[in-house]
Design a protein around this ligand. Structure first.
Ligand SMILES: Nc1ncnc2c1ncn2[C@@H]1O[C@H](COP(=O)(O)OP(=O)(O)OP(=O)(O)O)[C@@H](O)[C@H]1O
Ligand SMILES: [Mg+2]
Length: 493
């Protein structure tokens, strides 16, 4: 395997002092001793809860080729048989490496921020850019002060494309990260009330997301959502930041990357779009209007990055919902089956609304019901009550049959809902487990969504365990469960 960095480069770029016999170089970079691979460099980063310096020995046993450690911790490593690179500050050393990775790269770089859809968009970019060339993408949601420099420092010298997720909880967090990444294309997926606690209002969130424009490469493009309520504001902010090329995606007239005709099907969506001048028809392998919105940003970025648009369009069919972001499970229930749509990854008003729309469009059995299981949306500050209440509208508009609520913040919605729709309100996800399982009927479609802190992942795991999967479904198109197109007798078992 080729080297990511030679030892010589590491020493020079990070101004490190070598201790011990250095290898020729490293094939990767890790900050996690549990997952480190043979021949990788271990960076002993200090986090909120852990200090990487406590895991250097474990990293060595895991195959680390060397460790980057801080001068003030060096005394602890007298006995360690691992070559070391000693620096003043390990995170700053990793940032220096990230800058060097960006400077040596010929790749087209795309950065993605937004209140929702960053990881979905980033993974879509991975799927559709890969047929055009070596594509480097941040793993998971590595989008913060260590995730971004780590991903950038890992950028292979010969990558054709680099895709970076950039997130924030507070104003000022995106600026230093985007200055490292220096994207050619900066996408803002959508602006919504997420992590509102740290902000006065949603416009302030838009301003913080717009920091991504400050780090654009010369001649870089700002790519914003034409359908977003804050489109005008983002456009102004991009202009203020000195961006010359501002482009947009969406369904509204005037969008540069625009959906002309959208056909939602049960397990996918077919879209006729115009990507710049080019008409493109493509199928997204996952249902949901939010996937369509993300796909338009993605194809816009593909075209701006000079990748092959036709190959990208074809690859869209391979897009699947990510874990906890719309994955479907067909589960056994007595003699019948029901569908679980797992949206348990996280929740804010925009993503819950998107998930309710997904549930509303999901096929159910002849006697089945559409059931929303919603837990608290956290970090919404003073707006929490109002935003929880506001979920009533999409639930009613989507014709959802039953709603189960979990957590104290959901009290506001419990008071708002028609009692015929409200099936129950529970203190915790664990409390809901039994009553929910015993209420389910064959043909039902259940969608679970809550903020991570509400522990819905445990509820989902319990449902899957209790009702063993009927088939490998995870978004593979068999979303219908007991689809209503089947004879009633068979459908409901
Ligand atoms: N464009 C969109 N508009 C509204 N909701 C969306 C959109 N894209 C994704 N979602 C919803 O948001 C949820 C989270 O998606 P995703 O993980 O892509 O977001 P993220 O921005 O990466 O989140 P995080 O800040 O936690 O990293 C999905 O399950 C889906 O419900
Ligand atoms: Mg993410």
């Amino acid at each position: 395997m080729s080297l990511l960095w030679t030892a010589e480069e590491l020493v020079t770029i990070m101004r490190a002092r070598p201790v011990g016999q250095l290898p020729e170089g490293v094939i990767g970079i890790s900050i996690d001793s549990r997952t480190i691979g043979q021949g990788e460099a271990f960076f002993a980063i200090r986090g909120d809860r852990f200090d990487g310096h406590d895991y250097v020995v474990k990293a060595m046993h895991g195959g680390a080729a060397l460790a980057v450690v801080s001068e003030d911790k060096l005394v602890a490593f007298g006995h360690v048989q691992l070559p070391l690179l000693v620096v003043t500050n390990v995170l700053e050393a990793m940032e220096a490496l990230a800058r060097a990775a960006r400077a040596r790269s010929q790749a087209k770089i795309i950065a993605v921020t937004g209140s929702v859809g960053k990881t979905t968009t980033k993974e879509m970019l991975r799927t559709v850019l890969s047929p055009s060339g070596l594509t480097h993408v941040s793993p998971a949601s590595f989008n913060n002060h260590w995730g971004v420099p780590l991903t950038l420092a890992r950028l292979p010298a010969d990558a054709a494309f680099g895709v970076f997720e950039i997130g924030m909880n507070h104003p000022g967090e995106i600026t230093p990260l985007v200055k490292l990444v220096k994207p050619h294309v900066a996408i803002i997926t959508a602006i919504a009330a997420a992590h509102l606690g740290a902000f006065k209002d949603v416009n302030q969130i838009a301003r913080a997301k717009a920091e991504i424009f400050s780090g654009l490469d010369r001649d870089g493009v700002a790519l914003i959502n034409r359908d977003d309520k804050r489109y005008k504001l983002l456009n102004e902010l991009a202009r203020e930041a000195g961006v010359k090329r501002i482009m947009s995606f969406g369904t509204k007239r005037g969008a540069h990357f625009r959906a002309i005709n959208v056909r939602p099907l049960t397990d996918c969506t077919v879209v006729d779009a115009r990507i710049g001048e080019e008409p493109v028809t493509y199928k997204i392998g996952a249902p949901g209007a939010h996937f369509v919105s993300n796909s338009l940003a993605v194809l816009g970025a593909v075209s701006l990055a000079g990748a092959n648009l036709a190959k990208a369009g074809l690859a869209m069919a391979r897009v699947k919902p990510e874990k906890g972001r719309g994955e479907r499970h067909l589960l056994n229930l007595g003699s019948g089956r029901f569908t679980l749509i797992d949206e348990s990854y996280n929740a804010n008003p925009a993503s819950v609304t998107a998930a309710i729309a997904l549930l509303a469009g999901a096929p159910k059995g002849a006697r089945g019901r559409r059931i929303a299981v919603l837990g608290d949306m956290l970090e919404l500050g003073n707006a929490s009550q109002r935003l929880h209440k506001s979920l009533r509208k999409p639930l009613e508009a989507g014709g959802i049959d039953l709603v189960y609520l979990v957590g104290p913040e959901m009290q506001a919605l419990a008071e708002e809902l028609d009692p015929a729709m409200l099936a129950g309100h529970y203190a915790s996800a664990a409390d809901l487990e039994k009553p929910l399982l015993s209420a389910l009927k064959p043909g039902d479609v259940v969608m679970t969504k809550a903020s991570l802190g509400t522990k819905f992942t445990g509820l989902v795991a319990a449902m899957i365990k209790a009702c063993t999967p009927a088939a490998a479904t995870s978004g593979d198109g068999d979303a219908g469960g007991d689809a209503s197109s089947k004879p009633v007798g068979r459908a409901t078992g």
